[in-house]
Design a protein around this ligand. Sequence first.
Ligand code: SAM
Ligand code: F3S
Length: 474
Amino acid sequence: MSSNRFYIETHGCQMNVHDSERLAELLRQRCAMIQTQHPEAADLLLLNTCSVREKAQQKVFHCLGRWRALKQGNSDLLIGVGGCVASQEGAALRERAPWVDLIFGPQTLHRLPQMIAARRREKLPVMDISFPEIEKFDQLPTPRTEKPTAWLSIMEGCSKYCSFCIVPYTRGEEWSRPPEGVIVEAQQLAAQGVREITLLGQNVNGYRKHNSNGEVLRLSDLIRMIASINGIERIRYTTSHPLEMDDDLVAAHAEVPQLAHHLHLPVQSGSDRVLALMKRGYTALEYRDRVRALRRAQPDLSLSSDFIVGFPGESERDFEDTLQLVRDIGFDQSYSFLYSARPGTPAASLPDNTPQERKRERLAQLQTLLSQLAETANQRRVGSRQRVLVTGSSRRNPSELQGRTTDNRVVNFPAPPDISLIGEFVELSITAVRAHSLRGELTAYQEQQRGEATLATPSSSVAASAPLTMIAVQ
Ligand code: SAM
Ligand code: F3S
């Protein structure tokens, strides 16, 4: 039988989603394999999962249980587990799920073709969860995409060792990718029609690397260099650590027009006592100070954040401090999680007297507040005009298009009948707010081919109701 179809299931953060995309590209280019969306049709089943919170870890074992049944009907089927869970569980995973053939970590996914070959040759399970530096980026194939947006990894790992977090143990110490490789990849993406790049890493504002002239480059330098690439009109970066939000990066928000008006800046808690126990390295006041500087640089900046509720020893007062910080800063579209003790992390052995039920109530209270703030921010946009990058068809209604605003909001709008706008920037007038998105109407668009802007005149029913004007192209 043929053995050329693979299926990947991904759980976890953007980093994992991006790793899975690179993995798929590797299997297509190096092993001539084809991706399938149906596990029953695959010869290779891959699970790429994060272990930041316990739930994700439980999902792995549920999924592997289901896949075991598929293997019983097909002895040639290979099962692989990658990502942080693989790094963390390693040998234990082999014991609990001996039917798994391949175990690889976030820093060894590029070795999968050799691991598959070894498994087929030797008929023995293969495990490689080491942290070989640099090698990964040199050996992954050039990314191929037809989408107008792309992620670009600029660093790996994390050395912050927040007391609750497993990432430094599963992804290894922080290291920055040489700037030359980053710029070449950005140019390759631009040449394929990418208009918006998100620079990716656990701590992207900790980026520091010598270039070939021996100069140390920081994230702000990379941003300025990428902004000068023809075709790249929008740049985002995630995730950042408040401690490394230096003045030069803040200044880039004022000076680089391509930098999106949105920043995800995880704060975790509004209480200095809890922040110290978390080993975050800043106080709530210092966080507020960075936000003030950022808003001075870019008054339109929308800020989102991560919060952990129910950290060991979090008191009612500590939780109130978090709510107050949220109200004062007016966060937008944020993530909040119930604390999950990760084995081996320092916080896992801290005394914790708060009942789980009370923690859940706090989480619900915080989420209600965050939703109200996001709803208010959405409502404020009704009636405004927004520059939107059209990313594809709307998920619910294929006759509509979907795009993203500079402040990271999804907008759906009726597509003009006779022109393809995917990959273009358009101007939309925001007409309404939905649960997780905005609705808009097309008021202007620009058409751009290979970096050359061409103004075009659409004829559409939308144009009849709302006169179209052309956006001035920089
Ligand atoms: N690099 C980011 C930063 O600067 O904080 C965080 C990356 S972490 C993988 C993503 C988010 O998961 C964190 O911001 C935190 O809110 C959450 N998280 C991490 N460990 C957690 C734990 N043990 N329990 C609950 N949430 C956790
Ligand atoms: Fe985790 Fe803290 Fe790094 S949350 S990823 S150890 S910045």
